[in-house]
Design a protein around this ligand. Structure first.
Ligand SMILES: Cc1ncc(COP(=O)(O)O)c(C=O)c1O
Length: 398
């Protein structure tokens, strides 16, 4: 069978691959500690599950409007107003099968062949792939740890051409946990306004932020950037609902939202009916459940980052949000154990899986080979044990 060039050029997701490898090893009875998964380890809160059960029992099992139910769009509009200071109409929103799907629809609706999208690195693995799947060209811009891994205006300017259509910003970030502060956000917004570029603001980790930091939605920074932003969010990370597949996007540009809707009409139709009812319960429910999860993540972050920094050869910044630690591993690359040399982040991840039975995600997939990503969506005892095992394995590298 001949496979399309498009599909051949699409890289498999390294994060999903690690998760699948850990699952397979566990099934074989191997005691693996998984720091690979990009999902909360908490169960979906009970009131959200109850809403889905009620929907099921009431026979809410048919097609819904393709881009989402009216009550869910209303809940999204109210959430964006209350939490983010963003005032959209329901017609300026679309509900999709996950934030990933909203982003996919967006690039399909926005890009023509050769259009460029600026992707700050380290990036979430799907951004460049989704741009390529829409025949666009990802233009990678390096960021610095001292800038919280957020793009500097000068670097953005250098990357900007007459073909640049959009910039993707992810704060808090997967994989770095870095967050843009208000000043950085204002600079990035000013850049997009000056160059008339669409700002794709992926705010999936908005609820998971620490040390009293402030999440700034760029679209709230003034009417000009509001006109040029697509705000993307979803239920996966905030409400421990990764499997339910509900994400959404909102934009002032109704034509763009309608175009995304046409892509969705002809591909998936609506997100699952009962998951939409669960999402209404999530968005309108009590905030206390979120706070419990956030507090637990903050404690685990502190444990994970302190432990990583105690391992010789690793340096890890304290991430402001999300649930990932992103240590620099450059000092370990080039070291050996017997005949084996560890030269890349992939080789280090393989070594840790084989020697320490600890799964991490190599930085290569995020455009950052001198780093690795560890999810601290794991229990404190798993984090402690994983750190011990990694320290022992890494001590053997000479
Ligand atoms: C940065 C970022 N954006 C978007 C998503 C998509 O999440 P979902 O499709 O589950 O809503 C993820 C999931 O890993 C993510 O890390």
């Amino acid at each position: 069978m001949s496979i399309s060039t498009r599909a051949r050029n699409a890289a498999p997701s390294p994060t999903l691959a690690i998760t699948a490898r850990v699952r397979a090893l566990k099934l074989q009875g191997v005691d693996v500690i998984g720091f690979g998964a990009g999902e909360p380890d908490f169960d979906t809160p009970a009131h959200i599950k109850a809403a889905a059960v009620a929907a099921l029992e009431q026979g809410y099992t048919k097609y819904t409007p393709s881009t989402g139910d009216a009550d869910l769009k209303q809940a999204i509009v109210e959430k964006l107003a209350k939490d983010n200071g963003l005032h959209y109409k329901p017609s300026q929103t679309i509900v999709s099968c996950g934030g990933k799907h909203s982003l996919y629809n967006l690039f399909q609706a926005l890009l023509n062949t050769g259009d460029e999208v600026i992707v700050p690195a380290p990036y979430w693995v799907s951004y460049p792939e989704q741009v390529k799947l829409a025949d666009g060209t990802p233009v990678v811009v390096e960021t610095k740890p001292e800038d919280n891994f957020m793009p500097a205006p000068a670097a953005l300017k250098n990357a900007c051409t007459s073909r640049t259509r959009a910039l993707i910003l992810n704060s808090p970030s997967n994989p770095t946990g870095g967050m843009a502060d208000r000043k950085q956000m204002e600079e990035i917004a000013a850049f997009c306004v000056e160059h008339n570029i669409l700002l794709v603001s992926d705010e999936l980790y908005e609820k998971l932020i620490y040390d009293g930091r402030e999440h700034v939605s760029p679209a709230s920074l003034g009417p000009e950037i509001f006109q040029r932003t697509v705000t993307v969010n979803g239920c996966s990370k905030a409400y421990a609902m990764t499997g339910w597949r509900i994400g959404y996007a909102a934009a002032a540009d109704e034509e763009l939202i309608a175009a995304m809707g046409r892509i969705q009409d002809q591909s998936t139709s609506n997100p699952t009916s009962i998951a939409q009812k669960a999402a209404v319960a999530a968005l309108t429910g009590p905030p206390e459940v979120l706070e419990q999860m956030r507090t637990a993540f903050e404690k685990r972050r502190n444990l994970m980052v302190a432990g990583l920094n105690n391992i010789p050869g690793l340096q890890c910044l304290l991430p402001g949000g999300a649930f990932y630690a992103f240590p620099r591993i450059a000092d370990l690359l080039g070291r050996r154990i017997g005949e084996r040399i560890v030269q890349t982040s992939d080789q280090l991840a393989d070594y840790l899986l084989e020697e320490a039975r600890v799964a991490v995600v190599p930085g290569s997939g995020f455009g950052a080979d001198e780093y690795m990503r560890l999810s601290y969506a794991a229990s404190e005892s798993q984090i402690e044990m994983g750190l011990e095992r990694m320290a022992a394995a890494l001590r053997k590298l000479e």
